[in-house]
Design a protein around this ligand. Structure first.
Ligand SMILES: Cc1cc2nc3c(=O)[nH]c(=O)nc-3n(C[C@H](O)[C@H](O)[C@H](O)COP(=O)(O)OP(=O)(O)OC[C@H]3O[C@@H](n4cnc5c(N)ncnc54)[C@H](O)[C@@H]3O)c2cc1C
Length: 489
């Protein structure tokens, strides 16, 4: 298809500005004009401080008060002795040396043999975070380590805005009051409350949870994920950097009706309690967050509503939805901006060949693939102390795909094969599934385990320790790296 001559983007949050910059890069040479309209009176949501390694290529220099992220630590999600916390590591080239051993150990333990199968000792990213190191591969080290960033959600949009406007993206501050749709059902123009009228060939709805164009004007239905992801609210509060410094990871701490995130930035720690309003009200949630953070009863907090689910089709007529207007999965794995990137790149490729249906199906599968991984966290967590956790861990609203994964794990089958067979490894690779299921202690109870026996090849944990520890020695302390960056800024 011919590239559009003019693109109008509604929304100047992170999703709108990422899309503007990406489309500009892809279509600059074809002469496409890009206009982004946002309303400073409405503002942006201003949360979303975590990311995934896929986003690293986009924000390749740590700015925006950014810190490094080697993975996510989950604690309090399991009451099983020895499994009170585990780390979901971002991948490294070196995982090939230990991952096989880990998979083998989980297989033996699932089969009832008493062998160590907790994920943490096996992965370099885990060690890097735990030892306060930065996941920056030293120059003389011939392997790469993936990492993501934590960043300030307000600064990221401003940074992308400055980057885009300097390259010719037009920026308009106006509040859109109505959307004009022609007889065929295509969007014709956005009309602002000051009378401004913005015509385009292609429109991008990045208007946040409002979904003004895709849902408001084009009436595309929204599919809720509420039956298998219970959390629909968040309460957030920043705290100062602890004197002990911090590690290159997000922390996710399970609480009575959800979980709390801690995200370290150079100037503050971002914290938020993601919870279900069916199980706790906003005041009690705020009190639980304040107590967890050691804040006084009057400490200021901010309340947010979340709508988990996705729009039926992301590309409808001449409109593409991105960001919160397109869909939202609760932030446990911090995937929102990574989905924006994947959506826009796939959209540009699909536009050229006119493959709208295939594009929409692929985006829907991506949302559902990530959703299943999130649902698995709750379904297989080993915590039953409140109604929330009892309901979450016995939730039967599972997709066939997730049932297949869970069945493979509990019947002692090859989980890696199952992930490959279903072709879902692009959303979460076999390592991530193994780490989660093993990390919560989804094994027979200790008293039921039998000694390994001669048929089980014992993993030499001292050798694993020497290997992972030896590799970690090459990485610089996080505090030194951040101090250098601060000095250079
Ligand atoms: C509790 C919580 C935690 C999160 N954590 C993470 C995380 O760790 N990692 C991650 O990747 N994501 C996270 N997210 C998601 C992340 O916040 C969003 O995906 C990201 O900020 C992009 O938002 P957006 O640009 O789609 O919407 P918004 O930031 O809401 O922007 C919407 C834009 O549309 C404009 N607008 C709306 N209506 C109009 C109108 N009528 N006229 C003109 N302009 C209009 C607004 O002014 C604004 O510019 C989290 C979200 C929540 C709720």
């Amino acid at each position: 298809m011919k590239s559009p001559q003019s693109v109008v983007i509604l929304g100047g949050g992170a999703a709108g500005w990422m899309t503007a910059n990406l489309l500009h890069r892809h279509w600059l040479e074809r002469g496409t004009r890009i206009t982004l309209i946002e309303s400073s009176a409405i503002g942006i949501i201003g949360v979303g401080e975590g990311s995934t390694p896929q986003l690293k290529a986009f924000f390749d220099e740590p700015r925006c008060n950014a810190t490094y992220k080697a993975g996510i630590e989950f604690s309090g999600w399991s009451d099983k002795p020895g499994y009170d916390r585990y780390f979901h590591p971002f991948p490294t080239d070196l995982d090939g040396f230990t991952q096989r051993k880990f998979f083998y150990a989980t297989h033996a333990r699932r089969a009832g043999r008493d062998v160590p199968a907790h994920p943490d000792p096996f992965f370099l990213s885990t060690r890097i975070a735990r030892e306060g190191l930065a996941p920056l591969t030293p120059r003389n080290f011939p392997f790469t380590v993936s990492y993501g960033y934590h960043f300030d959600a307000h600064l990221i949009s401003a940074f992308l805005r400055d980057f885009g406007t300097a390259r010719g993206i037009e920026h308009v501050d106006a509040r859109i009051a109505s959307v004009e749709v022609d007889e065929q059902g295509d969007v014709k123009a956005l009309v602002a409350d000051d009378g401004g009228r913005y015509e385009g060939d292609l429109f991008v709805d990045a208007s946040g949870f409002r979904a003004t164009i895709i849902e408001g004007a084009l009436k595309e239905p929204h599919r809720s994920f509420g039956e298998n992801l219970f959390n629909d609210r968040a309460v957030v509060a920043p705290t100062p950097i602890p004197e002990t410094g911090f590690q290159a990871c997000t922390r996710s701490i399970a609480k009575s009706a959800g979980w709390i995130w801690n995200i370290p930035l150079p100037n503050r720690v971002g914290n938020g309690y993601v919870y279900s309003s069916r199980y706790i009200d906003s005041e009690d949630a705020a009190a639980e967050l304040r107590a967890h953070l050691g804040l006084g009863e009057d400490a200021e907090v901010r309340h947010l509503e979340m709508r988990c689910g996705r729009i039926e089709r992301s590309w409808v007529r001449n409109c593409l939805a991105v960001g919160l207007a397109q869909g939202f999965l609760e932030p446990l794995e911090a995937t929102a901006l990574h989905i924006v990137l994947a959506t826009v790149n796939a959209f540009v490729a699909a536009w050229d060949v006119g493959e709208r249906d295939a594009f929409n199906a692929a985006i829907a599968r991506r949302y559902e693939g990530i959703r299943d991984y999130l649902v698995c966290h709750y379904r297989t967590a080993q915590r039953r102390d409140t109604d929330y956790w009892r309901d979450a861990t016995s939730n039967h609203a599972l997709s066939d795909s997730l049932k297949g994964v869970i069945t493979a794990w509990f019947t002692g089958s090859d989980l890696e094969q199952e992930v490959m067979r279903q072709d879902i490894g692009g959303y979460y690779p076999p390592t991530s599934w193994h780490c989660m299921l093993a990390g919560y202690g989804n094994f027979p109870d200790q008293e039921k385990l039998k000694p390994p026996g001669a048929d089980v090849a014992l993993i030499d944990m001292a050798e694993v320790e020497r290997f992972v520890g030896g590799c970690a020695m090459n990485f610089p302390p996080l505090s030194e790296v951040l101090a250098r960056l601060k000095e250079a800024a």
